[in-house]
Ligand binder design. Structure first.
Ligand code: HEM
Length: 462
């Protein structure tokens, strides 16, 4: 059987030229297709300190997931681990490995992934959607033409932040208010800083860290995140203790559940809650931004969206819109896997355990052999029935897996769907149009797949 060294792939010079001379650094999602056209569905390449096996076929991705075992890793994050050691914090989901990671997931999964449990978050999500609607109304009515909201993604970011925090910290932060609390603003800024410095901080060798500003910014950002998160958690714990002392029953959402289940230490709760927040905000807000961008160009689809209910199962078109948006813009455009327990046999090759696979989801969900009219926004392709639709439906089940699959798949995938109730409520209140009907907004990669420029929309009252 062939091995790692038999795989084709580009040399370092070619990769650097793609990234920095040809501008792929900001659109690395498009580089995936380039690599596949040159080397086939599997190749070997080097990206910074990573030696990677690129994988760009759904059958091969399925092969990896089937062999991933009980404790798959995504990519190692040694700089996150070093920060946690520096401050004596618990490792959490992204840093812990093996049985320790699995223990955390078992404690966190039930309340995040069981349908009946997640349904208890619906009232709070709906109340945050109410804040979003009020905020949009305020912005559009104050605009020059009385209907435009510029840079809608930044408002959706605040919505995502408020919604996820309300569930996790059981506290309303007021992100969508006119005046935002300085601590909340510090939190939002720190999260942005941490995400933008993380990739560079990783590249700095340990001995050079004290010399470079990027490492200091990375540490400062984490310090701010940790400070505000522990302030929020401690405040809520004090409230809970006061309720218990007063003989009142304690009702809560996620934090109360974690505290009362006694499965995680206090330190682990601080880290895991923070990680959930980090995982939840940009992902949902960018997906909602792309959804509005496409719906704004498709009045028929806006009309078809069902009136809001509390039950996603009774809203097949809404579900189809979200699936289609995530097919076109998988917010995590490529993922990674390290299989730690066993060697892997894949597509006629044998790979030793510890090999790092780069899963090229974007290119697969844009593959014309998987989806007809591949670049078109066609939510109908996800609805069963009708001859033409069944033709659309002939894709491999792993050709669009925006939340991942298997034991390591997204922990917030059900909560993310709750957040999408915002779409139908928005569409009930307004007909949405692009501010400039001819404007095309392309995607760029900033770890996540995000709009390359602001999305400006007109909200016409229904
Ligand atoms: C549209 C929304 C979202 C998308 C597309 C998305 C996508 C993903 C993907 C692709 C992964 C990696 C899965 C894997 O490696 O197989 C992931 C992991 C994760 N997501 Fe999400 N996510 C979304 C929303 C959320 C939300 C709302 C939360 C929190 C409430 C969240 C929390 C997490 C966490 C904590 C992990 C790491 C799990 C682990 O390593 O064990 N995500 N997400």
């Amino acid at each position: 059987m062939k091995g790692l060294e038999d795989l084709p792939g580009p040399g370092l010079g070619r990769v650097l030229s793609w990234l920095f001379a040809e501008g792929y650094a900001e659109k690395s999602h498009l580089l995936q297709a380039q690599l596949r056209s040159l080397y086939g569905p599997m190749w070997r390449w080097t990206l910074g300190p990573y030696d990677l096996v690129g994988v760009a076929a759904p059958e091969l991705i399925a092969g990896i997931i089937q062999q991933e075992g009980r404790y798959p890793l995504r990519a190692p994050l040694p700089h996150w681990k070093d920060y946690r050691d520096l401050r004596g914090q618990a490792y959490g989901l992204h840093v812990d490995t093996g049985p320790e990671w699995s223990r955390l997931r078992s404690a966190l999964n039930p309340k995040m992934l069981k349908l009946q449990e997640v349904a208890t978050f619906a009232p709070v999500v709906h109340s945050v959607v109410g804040d979003l609607l009020r905020r949009l109304e305020f912005l559009r009515s104050g605009s020059q033409d009385g209907v435009t909201v510029s840079d809608v993604a930044s408002e959706l970011y605040k919505f995502g932040f408020e919604g996820i925090s309300a569930i996790l910290f059981e506290t309303r932060l007021g992100c969508l208010d006119q005046k935002v609390d300085p601590n909340v603003q510090r939190f939002i800024t720190a999260i942005g800083d941490m995400l933008s410095t993380s990739d560079f901080a990783y590249l700095v060798p340990r001995w050079a860290r004290s010399l470079v500003p990027v490492w200091k910014r990375f540490v400062q950002a984490w310090d701010d995140i940790s400070d505000v998160a522990s302030w929020l958690i401690d405040k809520r714990i004090a409230e809970i203790e006061a309720q218990v002392a007063g003989g009142r029953s304690v009702e809560g959402l996620y934090l109360t559940h974690l505290l009362s289940s006694n499965k995680l230490s206090r330190a682990e709760i601080y880290t895991c809650i923070t990680e959930l927040l980090l995982g939840g905000v940009d992902t949902t807000s960018n997906t909602l931004s792309w959804a509005l961008y496409h719906l704004a160009q498709d009045p028929g689809a806006q009309q078809r969206l069902e009136p809001t209910t509390e039950d996603l199962a009774s809203m097949p078109f809404l579900k189809a819109v979200i699936k289609e948006v995530l097919r076109l813009y998988p917010v995590v455009p490529s993922n990674a896997r390290v299989i730690t327990e066993n060697d892997v046999i894949l597509g006629g090759y044998w790979f030793p355990k510890g090999t790092l696979y780069h899963l090229c989801h974007y290119t697969i969900s844009h593959d014309a052999s998987q989806f007809v009219h591949v670049e078109k926004f066609l939510p109908e392709r996800w609805l069963r029935g009708g001859a033409s639709q069944s033709r659309c439906y002939q894709h491999h089940p792993y050709s669009s897996i925006p939340f991942g699959v298997g034991v390591r798949a997204c922990l917030g995938r059900r909560v993310a769907l709750e957040m999408h109730f915002a779409l139908t409520r928005l569409m009930q209140a307004y007909e949405v149009r692009l501010k400039d009907e001819t404007e095309v907004v392309e995607a760029k990669t900033r770890t996540l797949l995000v709009p390359s420029k602001p999305i400006n929309l007109r909200f016409l009252a229904r």
